[in-house]
Ligand binder design. Structure first.
Ligand SMILES: Nc1ncnc2c1ncn2[C@@H]1O[C@H](COP(=O)(O)OP(=O)(O)OP(=O)(O)O)[C@@H](O)[C@H]1O
Length: 560
């Protein structure tokens, strides 16, 4: 989509008003020129009060029209960009997690911040452009009223020159497009430098190599932008030559071909010079226009990819066969999943896995690094869609239309969990309950709960995990998933997790799935499922720390 298309679409209801405002201000501007031209050709004493009033009126009309078009254009463009951002945010929210992971964050950040800013800045220029086109049209008509041959010659020059000028712009657009892609690489490398600052401090060679890569990417950016701008400069100089050609035609060529009065010649020159301001303004605005078009096409491209990443069953949240409860079991039936491979090499796969997770059970998932524990959990919790096999929950298969409701049976803390700035998605939070949980997690001196948010989140890794645990307990879902939660806890809290927290959850009827490497606590599970190379190697019974199943396995949400 180009900038013009975006504005035309967005401004459909206002289009007439904008064009009228542009036309009125353009004509008023030309009248000013005509009057000035007329006055300069007459005796000062002959300048009437009527001409003066007309002059003042034309200036006033110009001011009103110009303000109108500038303000409307800004409103139209900002509304369009707001809509684009809102659409992208919704698509990101509704995207399939795995496909979103492949798009990556750098591109989304760049499109929604830098590219949107580039388009936003072009509002004023576009208003100027529209107004200038009207001035140029009105000025050329004025020239036509002075001399028809001059009008024809100048029109031909302007149209021909503009076509040559526009031809060059395609090449310039390609440079800007390449620069946009390089900017994403630069962003990724800069993220490496910022997030890996500790690792860089411990290894000067690493820092040097990373810096060299950054400098190289920046140099590519510089060269592409320099080349694009050099072409733009040449184009601008070429546009200036059109003016000289027009003046040369009036001064040298026309007197050779036709009879032209000196007075008309002077007025024609004044007319061309007057039109030159808007014309060069238009030409000068073309770089911003090209940049905006490149930015909009990049935004379009991202939106298309996000469309392809949208979850198949989105909008089906209302279909909830479970009503927020798990009463019997989750049956994992011959589940298989393979990561997409970009380089043609065989990607990691899990399965076929068949397993029945009884409601109210505490199950530990164990296995070596890379054995597929997290991948299995992402499939089990509905974050990834299994390639083959099925998940059957209380007798109902998980499908595209109910997967959103299925995911809401879970509260999960993965090892790359995120702590939100606010307690989003947890309705009616009881402050007293949060304070009690903060004490239970020994965080009461570290952070507090005020206005739906924790006052501090800059805690140690173990403390942040405890805060995430508080959020999980507040969510109060029937199934809890902990991916190596205890790994960053001190021995006392590790014991607390296995011997107190998990049994307490079990007593409340929760089903718990915990990834663990702590074999000294394996007895705290009902069953220990060991994965190896993406398959179930064994399922061993445990003693669940002696906690019997919750009576009747009634897993209604408890009040805590
Ligand atoms: N996004 C991904 N794309 C491709 N392959 C992946 C992706 N995430 C993980 N893998 C691969 O899947 C395999 C299993 O990873 P997974 O995270 O499930 O293992 P894990 O058992 O949880 O390991 P750990 O104990 O180290 O956390 C790994 O070999 C990894 O390379």
């Amino acid at each position: 989509m180009t900038l013009i298309e975006l504005v035309t679409q967005e401004a459909a209801p206002e289009r007439r008003k904008i064009l009228v405002a542009a036309g009125v201000s353009g004509v008023a501007n030309t009248i000013v020129m005509g009057l000035v031209n007329q006055i300069t050709q007459t005796d000062a004493a002959e300048t009437s009060a009527r001409t003066f009033v007309m002059f003042g009126l034309a200036v006033a009309i110009y001011v009103v029209g110009a303000r109108n078009i500038y303000h409307r254009m800004t409103t139209v463009l900002e509304s369009a960009l707001h809509r684009v951002k809102t659409r992208i945010v919704a698509k990101v929210e509704q995207a399939d997690m795995e496909k979103l992971e492949r798009i990556g964050t750098a591109e989304i950040y760049d499109r929604i911040t830098d590219n949107v800013a580039v388009v936003s800045e072009s509002a004023g220029r576009l208003a100027f452009f529209l107004q200038s086109v009207c001035i140029i049209v009105a000025s050329t008509l004025y020239l036509a009223s002075l001399s028809l041959p001059a009008f024809c010659a100048i029109s031909l020059l302007i149209v021909g020159g503009f076509m040559l000028y526009a031809g060059k712009n395609r090449e310039i657009g390609e440079y800007f497009h390449r620069a946009a892609l390089t900017r994403i690489t630069f962003f990724n490398q800069l993220t490496d430098l910022l997030q890996g600052s500790k690792e860089v401090k411990f290894n000067r060679r690493r820092g040097r190599e990373l810096r060299e890569d950054l400098v190289q990417t920046s140099a590519i950016l510089r060269d592409d932008t320099k080349r694009a701008n050099a072409l733009l400069d040449d184009n601008f100089i070429f546009a200036a030559c059109i003016l000289f050609a027009a003046l040369g035609t009036i001064v040298f060529l026309m007197p050779l071909q036709i009879e032209i009065a000196a007075k008309t010649q002077q007025m024609l020159i004044a007319g061309v010079l007057f039109a030159w301001g808007p014309l060069s303004g238009c030409m000068g605005g073309i770089p911003a226009y090209i940049r905006s078009n490149v930015a909009l096409s990049a935004i379009d491209d991202l939106e298309r990819r996000l469309d392809g990443a949208l979850e198949a069953g989105r909008g089906a949240e209302a279909h909830d066969p479970w009503g927020g409860r798990l009463t019997k079991a989750i049956e994992v039936d011959q589940l298989e999943y393979t990561y997409a491979s970009d380089d043609g090499r065989e990607a990691f796969r899990i399965g076929p896995i068949s397993l029945t997770l009884q409601a109210g059970e505490t199950i530990f998932i164990v296995g070596g690094n890379g054995s597929g524990k997290s991948t299995f959990l992402k499939n089990l919790t509905g974050l990834y869609r299994p390639e083959l096999g099925a998940l059957i929950v209380d007798g109902t298969p998980v499908t595209e239309v109910n997967v959103a409701a299925y995911r809401e049976l879970f509260s999960a803390i993965y090892s790359d969990f995120h702590l939100f700035s606010k307690l989003y998605g947890v309705p009616a939070v009881d402050g007293e309950k949060v304070r009690a949980l903060l004490e239970q997690m020994h965080l009461q001196k570290k952070t507090a709960f005020e206005k739906d948010r924790f006052t501090r989140r800059d805690l140690s890794t173990g403390q942040r995990k405890r805060l995430a645990m508080i959020v999980t307990l507040l969510e109060d879902r029937p199934i809890c998933v902990f991916d190596e939660w205890a790994a960053d806890q001190d021995p006392e809290f590790r014991r607390h997790f296995y011997e107190e927290l998990l049994p307490a959850l079990k007593r409340r009827g929760k089903t718990v799935l915990a990834v663990s490497h702590d074999d000294r606590y394996f007895h705290c599970a009902d069953r220990v499922v060991t994965l190896e190379y993406g398959k179930v190697r064994s399922v061993e019974p445990g003693s669940a720390c002696g906690v019997p199943p919750a009576p009747g396995n009634d897993l209604r949400r408890s009040d805590g």
